[in-house]
Design a protein around this ligand. Structure first.
Ligand SMILES: Cc1ncc(C[n+]2csc(CCOP(=O)(O)OP(=O)(O)O)c2C)c(N)n1
Ligand SMILES: [Mg+2]
Length: 562
């Protein structure tokens, strides 16, 4: 059975034509025509999540796992506004969400009518396109709506992918159903033609590459992409370029350099010039390391090329000289036959420091008392290889990046806007579609903020949640500014005595806890053992003051040893 509303029938038919089959529905009544139609079509996979904020973050995780757009469906009013945080995250992480909000007819807006807000264009700052469909069902209105839907669905995946918003005013009756097939719809395709640079331009770029003694390639957040990794490795080994990456770049070739924050601590001011690049090539999204951003803003490269498909002008290091509108893998492949081998002293310089800072870090973490830094080291040793790791914002992502990557693991994090409000929901959405073990490591405030992530029936046995319970927002103690404020305790740190245990049990998860190193090592073995057949939560208790002290001491230790 499907709704008799013709716009909704068209919408369902176009979603199918475009291969968008994953739908996350939040219950309501104005969206009944969508609920009835989508759930009545066997090819559409409908999931149900009550909390729209969580539903939209869940959809991000699902879209990342499927590498395909995911549609969201909600009712009118504040339900729609609750999508906003995840839409912003998806916008800045280039994730195609198809946001479908039911609305009242526009003549009832602002008329003391129930569950009505001004929904037209509410996500305009964070979507590639937003439309409101016409209410009527005349031939002309149906043609107009189908054009709007086609355009939105196409734009979501062209260039740099992004969310799109289709607002759908609906009139009563909302529940008229009919036994019918979906209508034939006209699909408008958007053909993205791959353009390549002309030979002259390639030669000019190759000349610059050959003339540059110090080439630095900086990879921000990227989805796993073995093809890119291979051609980047080939380019780097020929040119002697240094490739700096974070875990979230999902690159792991041993000639690349990680441990960025520690490297930055080791490079003394008087040596900056040796590390300052002549040519900086950037790709991917956000970078976590603030110290590297500061280093590059201070020690500007002569040239900075940014590779991105949408041709955006990302001048993060205030030195951008060329935007290259390309897929990064295509760019590096194109140079494989055009470049000669160069000497590698710049690379050796970075590599030798990397080896030394990693040794210092390991020695420090091994000898130190129990704290977040140590907990992350132990967790990293026990997370099974070839699994998925989700990193919560605040200090978890920073601690994880200090330590080595888990072998063959994929890394994800909501770094588009670095919110703490949907880290768990995103991980749950990803895990629900994954056949691998999925671990999310997040802080106590982040866990409580997003505990509704567990309020759905898609929690699989492959989910492992690690809550680092340091009694509040420990990050604020680690950074100068908040830590010196008289309002630190009450309004920055925000002491938190609640335990995750009750919530874990309420949602049917097995609960584990650890308060010291011995307990943690033992518990991690059980937590990841094959006998652990259902989702589990491990809460690790640490002392925020010890954490802050040892975090600072690690960096001081690195600084004084160089
Ligand atoms: C939605 C949102 N609100 C507020 C913040 C600001 N913020 C950044 S970190 C943080 C504290 C997080 O505490 P917790 O999750 O316990 O992690 P910890 O700092 O202890 O590692 C807050 C409130 C944010 N990033 N996102
Ligand atoms: Mg905390």
């Amino acid at each position: 059975m499907i709704s008799d509303k013709k716009h909704i029938q068209q919408l369902a038919a176009l979603l199918l034509k475009k291969g968008i089959t994953d739908i996350v529905i939040s219950p309501g009544s104005r969206n009944a025509p969508m609920i009835n139609t989508f759930s009545g079509i066997p090819e559409l996979i409908c999931r149900n999540i009550v909390d729209e904020r969580s539903a939209a973050y869940f959809a991000i995780g699902l879209a990342l796992s499927r590498q395909n757009p995911v549609a969201l469906v909600c009712t009118s009013g504040t339900a729609s506004l609750n999508y906003a945080p995840a839409i912003a995250e998806a916008f800045y992480q280039n994730i195609p969400l198809i946001v479908l909000t039911a609305d009242r007819p526009d003549y009832w807006i602002d008329q003391v009518e129930s569950q009505c807000i001004r929904q037209d264009g509410i996500f305009q700052n964070f979507t590639k396109k937003g439309v409101s469909l016409p209410l009527g069902e005349s031939e002309k209105e149906l043609w107009f709506a189908s054009r709007q839907i086609n355009e939105c669905l196409n734009l979501a995946v062209s260039g740099n992918p992004a969310p799109v918003h289709i607002n759908i005013p609906l009139e009563e009756p909302l529940h008229h159903l009919m036994e019918a097939e979906l209508p034939e719809v006209r699909e408008i395709e958007l053909a993205d033609i791959q353009t390549t640079l002309d030979e002259n331009e390639f030669d000019k770029l190759a000349d610059t590459i050959h003339q540059s003694q110090k080439i630095l390639i900086l990879a921000g957040q990227l989805n796993p992409n073995p093809g890119l990794e291979n051609c980047l490795a080939e380019f780097a080994s020929k040119t002697g370029a240094v490739v700096l990456h974070e875990h979230l770049s999902n690159l792991s070739d041993p000639q690349f350099c990680g441990s960025i924050d520690l490297l930055m601590a080791a490079i003394q001011d008087e040596n900056h010039v040796d590390f300052q690049p002549d040519l900086l090539i950037t790709l991917g999204g956000q970078l976590v390391s603030k110290s590297l951003k500061q280093f590059l803003r201070k020690n500007k490269p002569t040239q900075h090329w940014n590779l991105n498909l949408g041709g955006e002008h990302f001048d993060t290091y205030q030195s951008l000289t060329k935007v290259i509108k390309t897929d990064a893998a295509d760019f590096f492949v194109a140079f494989s036959d055009r470049i000669r081998s160069s000497e590698k002293s710049y690379l050796q310089q970075w590599k030798s420091i990397e080896v030394q800072v990693n040794q210092l870090r390991d020695k420090f973490a091994e000898s130190t008392e129990f704290c977040d830094l140590k907990a992350f080291e132990l967790i990293g040793q026990k997370i099974p290889v070839n699994t998925v790791v989700h990193l919560g914002n605040s200090s978890p992502v920073r601690y994880a990046l200090i330590h080595n990557q888990v072998e063959n693991a994929m890394y994800f994090s909501n770094r588009g806007t670095a919110g703490i409000d949907g880290c768990l929901s995103t991980a749950v959405g990803f895990a629900s579609d994954s056949d691998k073990m999925n671990t999310i490591i997040l802080g106590d405030l982040s866990f409580f903020y997003d505990s509704n992530a567990l309020w759905n029936k898609y929690i699989g046995s492959n989910l492992r949640i690690i809550v680092i319970h340091n009694g509040g927002g420990n990050i604020f103690g680690m950074i100068k500014g908040p830590s010196d404020s008289p309002a630190f305790d009450e309004h920055f740190f925000t002491g938190n005595n609640h335990k995750a245990e009750v919530l874990a049990k309420a949602f049917g998860l097995d609960y584990f806890k650890a308060e010291n190193e011995t307990e943690l090592v033992q518990t991690l073995d059980e937590f990841y053992s094959p006998e652990q057949q259902q989702a589990a939560l491990l809460e690790i208790f640490t002392d925020s003051e010890v954490n802050t002290r040892l975090f600072r001491e690690l960096f001081r230790n690195v600084k004084v040893n160089f």
